[in-house]
Write a protein that binds this ligand. Structure first.
Ligand code: B1M
Length: 212
């Protein structure tokens, strides 16, 4: 089966059609790992590039991200454990007191689309929950999102808690959300700041490559 059709359908955001194509590919004995790596991931990569270039807008990106997520719900059980997570493991959540999840979920889907195994711990997560998730899942990347100026300080607190737990060095920390800035990220000791989910994936890749 021509897996580029899967990429194209993902870019166009046609969720039902995409799921049908992925099902057809699985039934025609295509390797699930190839469906992911040669169909879905290049499609999501192209979405990120087009968005950055201004050739796609937020509603279209969200449609593609939803289509990716639906296709992944079907494909995930068929993948071997090491198919997902080639790029690393990420824990992501929205900080305590903050219920906004649209940007965080978009970032989570973009990271999953880029080959990360993503553990999305959800909204309104206490500092302790972030630290416990890092201890439990041992990710190489921790993502935090905050949309309120009143909840942004939780991000610095989580970083301090990671230090206190002696695990700060084990994980790169990326933060984002509308009120968050590069200056704030530097101030609280985060490794990375991204103004949007596409950039987040890109700068993380560069950062982790440099580190390894
Ligand atoms: Co709220 N809200 N909200 N809200 N809300 C804002 C954030 C606000 C700016 C609106 C305003 O007043 N103009 C304002 C915050 C003001 C401030 O603190 N500076 C605000 C407020 C005040 C509130 C309440 C307090 C309102 C009230 O009840 N009085 C309340 C707080 C609830 C709480 O959290 N405790 C509240 C509630 C809500 C809803 C529940 C109604 C709803 C959230 C629904 C949901 O998320 N499921 C909501 C919404 C929708 C918004 C706005 C309108 C849109 C946010 C959004 O989803 N944008 C927002 C106004 C705005 O931002 N224009 C607003 C789309 C999304 C894709 O963008 O999340 O910024 P965003 O994500 C971007 C980047 O920031 C980045 O990537 C994404 C794009 O690619 N990014 C990351 C985000 N996380 C990242 C993580 C990364 C990397 C990049 O790496 C880990």
């Amino acid at each position: 089966m021509d897996l580029s059709k899967i990429s194209e359908t993902l870019i166009s955001g046609k969720s039902d059609e995409l799921k049908k194509l992925v099902e057809e590919a699985v039934n025609s004995d295509a390797n699930p790992s190839d469906i992911l790596n040669k169909g879905l991931l290049p499609g999501m990569d192209a979405v990120g590039q087009k968005w950055k270039a201004g050739d796609m807008f937020m509603p279209e990106v969200l449609r593609s991200a939803k289509a990716m997520s639906n296709a992944m719900d079907y494909l995930r059980p068929k993948l071997k454990d090491d198919d997902l997570g080639n790029a690393g493991t990420m824990v992501i959540g929205t900080v305590a007191g903050d219920l906004h999840d649209i940007g965080k979920d978009l970032a989570a889907m973009m990271f999953e689309g880029a080959g990360y195994k993503v553990i999305n711990i959800g909204i309104d997560q206490s500092n302790e929950n972030f630290v416990n998730a890092v201890k439990e899942h041992k990710p190489n990347l921790l993502g935090m999102s905050a949309l309120l100026t009143t909840t942004m300080p939780r991000m610095g607190e989580v970083i301090n808690s990671l230090k206190e737990a002696g695990i700060r060095d084990q994980v790169a920390v990326i933060i984002g959300g509308a009120p968050v800035t590069e200056e704030f990220a530097t101030e609280i000791g985060a490794d990375l700041y991204a103004p949007n989910a596409g950039t987040a994936v890109e700068i993380t890749k560069e950062y982790l490559q440099k580190k390894s």
